[in-house]
Design a protein around this ligand. Structure first.
Ligand code: NAP
Length: 476
């Protein structure tokens, strides 16, 4: 079986220690990824520190040219890289294509932003002084990314960090490292100076400890679970290491009775089932107002029953496998718990037997009690719990009654209501009559325990810049 290398200081390094990469559609390993320990991550941080000295000095426009080249390389290899994403993550191929497309867009967007790390000149209050506010790259960045959008969520960190003038050591999720290897190949082909971008893999707590404790690493950017986010926060307390955290979510989708039925069903289907429900912004709870409930529920169930489950490489598949056995068991547990608490299972919900891999039939639950597990914890599966509500006030209280605050969806044709509800929801992203909020030029991230900071948009590069004040005494 092919053992994929890491990318360290401009070299491809295959190690003796490696871990299998599993295809979730079969449960079988199809490749291996090299693994290193903390000592070699330390060396990578040193190389990144050396590279930083010259990378930071390049004009933003020149760094942008490198990023455009990486984007072009990804674009040229999009079919093969999309297939790699599907093989290691399981998502339907057309969604992997969309992921590559979004990653390319992020790279081009931050290539342009590299020119715009503006500071400002602040008027002086006393004579003989001048004040500059300047933006400087933070330094070496340790980036940790998850498996659910394995390419684009890594690029969302690497592109703005490089644009800002930082150098990056990326640790992808162990379950999906191969598209990160492909990305590293695109970086290599773009001829970035050695050490500017490096790819590591190994035991996550060890690598994180090195990022946290090594003084050369000036910033950690992490996407993953709130649980691991909390560990990083406590680890960062010792070194006061700056963190950007994109953590878990539990998005409510609220359908008001004045909503356009077809449009809200369409958008709610995407928000729920994209990436087989394994998205941090997946609508984990769907609240439907009583006046539209009897029309929304059957329409949503009908559409769910029509979803085609299968290996993401097969033609016409809407729902792929879950990432692993643990993910599948969690989904089944959430269904059993909801049903035991009085919910009705309208369709799906059973493991697909007779084929290997981690497949579940997409499910719709209705009349789900508010304290069911699926109404509180991330389900990360194609399971849609639907509840009925009566008033705007009631649904806002329900929507906000969670530790999370990443994303929320609102369906209404009433502009006053759209504004009222939008202003009341405790959420970093609010989609109104829209199921896909993510875009390169707007900030992405959560409030409450969904994280700290923002990716994408102007804020995405700001996360890798220090703001510094230069006070000048002048005889003028
Ligand atoms: P996870 O278990 O937290 O893993 C994410 C990354 O953290 C992986 O690279 C993992 O490495 C690493 N990791 C594991 N244990 C660690 C530790 N002790 N210290 C440091 N790093 C550690 O999350 P996941 O299951 O991959 O991803 C799903 C979660 O991510 C969900 O909660 C989802 O909502 C969240 N997410 C959030 C966003 C957002 O933008 N807010 C986007 C996508 C996903 P290994 O793979 O080697 O274990």
């Amino acid at each position: 079986m092919k053992v994929y290398p890491l990318y360290l200081s401009g070299e491809w390094v295959t190690t003796e220690s490696s871990k299998p990469v599993i295809n979730p559609a079969t449960g079988d390993p199809f490749a291996e990824i090299s693994m290193i320990g903390r000592d070699r991550v330390e060396v990578a941080l040193e190389a990144a520190h050396d590279a930083f000295k010259s990378w930071r000095k390049l004009p933003g426009k020149v760094r942008g040219v490198y990023l455009h080249r990486i984007a072009d390389n990804l674009e040229q290899r999009k079919d093969e890289i999309a297939k790699t994403i599907t093989l290691e993550n399981g998502k339907p191929l057309q969604q992997s294509h969309a992921e590559v497309g979004l990653a390319v867009d992020h790279l081009h967007w931050f290539a342009e932003e590299a020119k715009r790390a503006y500071g400002r000149i602040v008027p002086n209050q006393v004579e003989g002084k001048r004040h500059l506010v300047i933006k400087s790259p933070m330094g070496v960045v340790g980036a940790i990314s998850p498996w659910n959008f394995p390419l684009v969520l890594a690029v969302r960190k690497v592109a703005p960090a490089l644009a800002a003038g930082c150098t990056v050591v990326l640790k992808p999720a162990t379950q999906t490292p191969l598209c990160a290897v492909a990305f590293a190949e695109c970086v290599h082909a773009a001829e970035l100076p050695k050490g500017t971008f490096q790819l590591v893999a190994g035991p996550a707590p060890e690598i994180a400890a090195e990022f946290l404790e090594n003084r050369l690493c000036r910033k950690i950017t992490f996407t993953g679970s709130t649980e691991v986010g909390r560990l990083l926060i406590s680890g960062a307390a010792k070194s006061v290491k700056p963190l950007s955290l994109e953590l878990g979510g539990h998005a409510p989708a609220i359908v008001f009775e004045d909503a356009d039925l077809n449009r809200s069903v369409d958008a709610a289907m995407i928000a729920k089932f994209r990436n087989t429900g394994q998205s941090c912004i997946a609508s984990n709870r769907i609240y439907v107002q009583r006046g539209i409930y009897d029309r929304f529920l059957p329409a949503f169930v009908e559409r769910t029953k029509a979803l085609n489950v299968g290996d993401g490489l097969e033609e016409g598949v809407d729902i792929g496998p879950l990432i692993d056995e643990a993910g599948l068991n969690k989904a089944l547990e959430h269904i059993q718990d909801a049903v035991a608490q009085g919910a009705r299972l309208n369709c799906g919900g059973e493991r697909i037997t007779g084929r290997k891999g981690f497949f579940i039939q997409p499910a719709v639950l209705s009349d789900v009690p508010h304290d069911a597990l699926c109404m509180r914890e991330e389900t990360f599966a194609p399971i849609a719990p639907i509840s009925v509500f009566d008033t705007e006030e009631e649904v806002i209280n329900l929507a906000n009654d969670t530790i999370y605050g990443l994303s929320a969806y609102v369906f209404t044709t009433n502009l006053d209501r759209a504004f009222r509800v939008m202003e009341s929801l405790e959420s970093g992203m609010i989609s109104i009559n829209d199921g896909v909020p993510s875009t390169s030029q707007c900030p992405f991230g959560g409030v409450k325990q969904s994280g700290w900071g923002r990716e994408l948009g102007l804020e995405g590069m700001e996360a890798f810049l220090e703001t510094r004040h230069v006070s000048m005494g002048l005889e003028i």
